[in-house]
Design a protein around this ligand. Structure first.
Ligand code: 3H9
Length: 677
């Protein structure tokens, strides 16, 4: 039985057991309501405790039910029914009380939680507002300012903070169930029951306006935050019943909209990315405790920090003491800033630094379980480094490369153990960015792959498996977008027009601002006499990007970008040297050509088996390249746009169409369905 009721003395304990996270699907809602109503009818029941079995209290509504017709009792009705009961109800919370789970708890008359519990309303991250009373009950309990923070950020708060805010009544230091029972007993005869309707909302709309102003940039383009603001205003202005009706109306609009569909797609996509098709799930990962990192530049230091902060030991190797000192100083400063900003406690910082050792000699890597190189992106250099690692690494150690484009089979061939070689493509700054492309080379063993995935999870990364092909998943799409953007430049479109179109679409930055920031010379052959594309022309003129104050844009001392006449002249001269003539490009074509090209490239990745599934490509672009999550990632967005339309427009533009894309479009099929098993 997923919902069971046990009478202990005069307290009825309702226990819900719906693994893995006690989502409030239809069957649970129905049984829970029946159990509550039956309990309230029993004269001997003085109070009711609702608790959950397994690892967590309710993690919210069942997300997979959204987009389908709602089934009674819907969650708002269940919550209203709980609050209306004449018998006091106590929520006993452990793990996470999220979304609809917290809303059930808010509808209860009292809340008891263990210190490790976390409480939150993450609906905004799914493109929704809390839809079962959260926007009305939470502000009436904790005030408008705290409720605005919780609802708009979507981030959960710990039990201690929740107790301070009055969101929970008692922190259970001992056994949750026992303390919840005692608490229930202690309040059993208190009347009137503390119900939401009787409470005014503390605070005023100024807190909402302040939040909206402070986060305007982050919330740009999204529908759910605006609806959250409106619902919160209703909590100030309207009586409870009307506020709840406003919330329901807004929730319905959002749940049927494109943005929530995209964010829900993304939620499942991220979880599905962890699965490797055809890999035996029972394979035990290899134990990894000590990681060797070669190269202490920005990337190497970032990778070292990613491991250090999650409890692993790191041996950092460089070719000179100066380079090591620079890397060490960078690591120390980053950790100390983390402490100063409250992201890390001093003790953890000290321990992380204590787990770090440095070396100038490869022999020091001999005891490492995993060795990862972050050296210069050149095949000859990588192969030389791998041959040296191979000579010192212990048998069974994993040898990883952080290359972003190079052929890993070729790198692996420099060793005598290609089955132990894998790509671990971190994104910069590696201590912050969540994405990790795990690249499976031809001979990478299943166990090494399984170890890489497990390790990624351990250090808090979202790992996506890619096959060994130029640029893997992320950079391959990036390269395709870039080459189409270069084409547009040659036809006379300015870099700023292209950037503006992408920012208007929802990207944090356009391709040319991004190139300036990363360095226009990334991947440049460094021969100023060899000018084969726009990038070469700019580099030859010393326009290497923001670091030198000039790239596609000119930068002032405050790093403010201004369109550069000189860059435009260089592009123009290069276009003429190629015999290209300017033409009028309609604004809509900018996005069509650059983004549809990416979709086409994504379809090629699927066709070649470099990406396992379309949703993996979405996870890479949302996490690594700032594709707005509310547009679901390029492949989901393509499906919403219509694959047939994309194919038609690619043909109009005279651009190639991948066979898989043409096939899916002509059959009216999707790429794949991340909710499917
Ligand atoms: C809501 O409540 C709306 C209401 O306001 C109004 C309604 C009218 N539903 O993340 P994990 C699955 S909106 C369905 O790997 P963890 C998940 O797909 C909801 N499935 O575990 C995965 O399946 P699989 C607001 C769900 O320990 C498995 O459970 N709530 C749901 O790393 C394990 O998940 C949220 O947004 C769900 N609600 O993290 C909370 N949740 O194994 C969403 C999980 O097949 N959930 N699954 O891949 C989470 O944030 C995390 O799952 C949680 C556990 C922190 C709870």
């Amino acid at each position: 039985m997923a919902v069971s009721a046990t009478l202990r003395g005069t307290i009825l304990e309702i226990m819900v057991d719906n693994p893995p996270v006690n989502a409030l699907g239809h069957a649970i809602r129905k049984s829970l309501l029946e159990a509550l109503e039956a309990g309230a009818r029993q004269p001997e029941v003085e109070a009711i405790v609702i608790a959950c079995a397994g690892r967590t209290f309710f993690a919210g509504a069942d997300i997979s039910e959204f987009g389908k017709p709602p089934l009674d009792p819907i969650l708002p009705d269940l919550c209203n029914a709980i609050e209306a009961l004449g018998t006091p109800v106590v929520a006993a919370i452990h793990g996470t009380a999220l979304g609809g789970g917290l809303e059930v708890a808010l509808a209860c008359h009292y809340r008891v939680a263990v210190p490790s519990a976390r409480l939150g309303l993450p609906e905004v991250k799914l493109g929704l507002i809390p839809g079962a009373g959260g926007t009305q009950r939470l502000p009436r309990l904790v005030g408008i300012a705290a409720a605005t923070d919780m609802i708009l950020s979507g981030d959960p708060i710990p039990a201690g903070k929740a107790a301070e805010l009055g969101l929970i009544d008692h922190v259970a230091e001992g056994s949750l169930i026992e303390e919840a029972h005692r608490w229930a007993q202690s309040i059993a005869d208190q009347r009137p029951l503390p119900r939401t309707g009787e409470r005014p909302t503390a605070g005023d709309a100024a807190a909402i306006d302040r939040y909206a102003q402070a986060h305007a940039r982050k919330l740009r383009g999204q529908t759910a935050p605006q609806a959250c603001f409106e619902a919160l205003r209703a909590a100030i202005d309207l009586p409870l019943a009307e506020g709840l009706a406003t919330e329901r109306r807004l929730f319905r609009q959002l749940v049927d909209g494109d943005q929530s569909a995209a964010l829900r797609h993304y939620f499942f996509a991220e979880r599905k990315a962890a699965r490797i098709d055809g890999l035996d799930a029972s394979i035990e990962p290899l134990p990894i405790e000590t990681v060797g990192v070669i190269g202490a530049g920005t990337m190497g230091a970032g990778i070292a920090m990613a491991f250090l902060s999650k409890g692993l030991r790191v041996v950092l190797l460089e070719t000179s003491a100066e380079a090591l000192d620079r890397g060490l100083a960078h690591i120390r400063q980053t950790f100390e800033t983390g402490v100063a900003k409250g992201r890390m406690v001093q003790d953890d910082c000290d321990q992380a630094l204590a787990r770090l050792s440095t070396a100038l000699d490869y022999a020091a890597l001999g005891s490492c379980d995993l060795i990862i190189e972050a050296v210069f992106e050149l095949m000859t250099v990588k192969r030389e480094v791998f041959a040296r690692i191979d000579a010192v690494a212990r048998p069974g150690a994993i040898l990883a490369t952080n290359t972003s484009y190079l052929d890993i089979d070729e790198i692996a061939a420099a060793t005598g153990r290609p089955e132990y070689v894998v790509g671990l493509h971190f994104f910069s700054p590696a201590n912050i960015m969540k994405l990790l492309e795990v690249v499976r080379a031809t001979r990478t063993s299943s166990r090494v792959l399984a170890t890489a995935m497990a390790l990624a999870k351990r250090i808090g990364k979202i790992a996506v498996v890619a096959g060994n092909g130029y640029g893997f998943i992320g950079n391959r799409l990036l390269a395709r977008r870039r080459s189409e953007a270069y084409e547009l430049l040659l036809e006379g479109v300015t870099p700023w027009d292209i950037d503006e179109a992408h920012v208007g679409f929802g990207m944090p930055m356009g391709p040319f601002r991004m190139s300036d920031l990363a360095g226009v010379d990334i991947g440049w052959h460094r021969d100023p006499t060899r000018v084969e594309n726009v990038r070469d022309a700019l580099c030859a003129a010393g326009r290497l990007g923001q670091k030198v104050g000039r790239g596609y844009y000119d930068y002032d001392e405050k790093r403010q970008a201004a369109p550069s006449a000189e860059a435009l002249a260089i592009i123009d001269a290069f276009a003429r040297s190629q015999g290209r003539t300017r033409r009028d490009v309609p604004r809509d074509d900018i996005l069509e050509r650059t983004l549809y090209a990416m979709v086409d490239e994504g379809a090629r990745l699927l066709g070649e088996g470099i990406a396992q599934r379309a949703s993996d490509i979405d996870v890479v672009w949302v996490n690594g390249y700032g594709w707005p999550s509310y547009l679901g990632g390029p492949m989901h967005w393509a499906e919403r746009t219509g694959l047939a339309r994309i194919v038609e427009r690619l043909r109009v533009h005279g651009m190639p169409v991948a066979p898989l894309l043409a096939e899916k479009a002509s059959r009216g099929e999707r790429f794949d369905d991340p909710q499917a098993a």
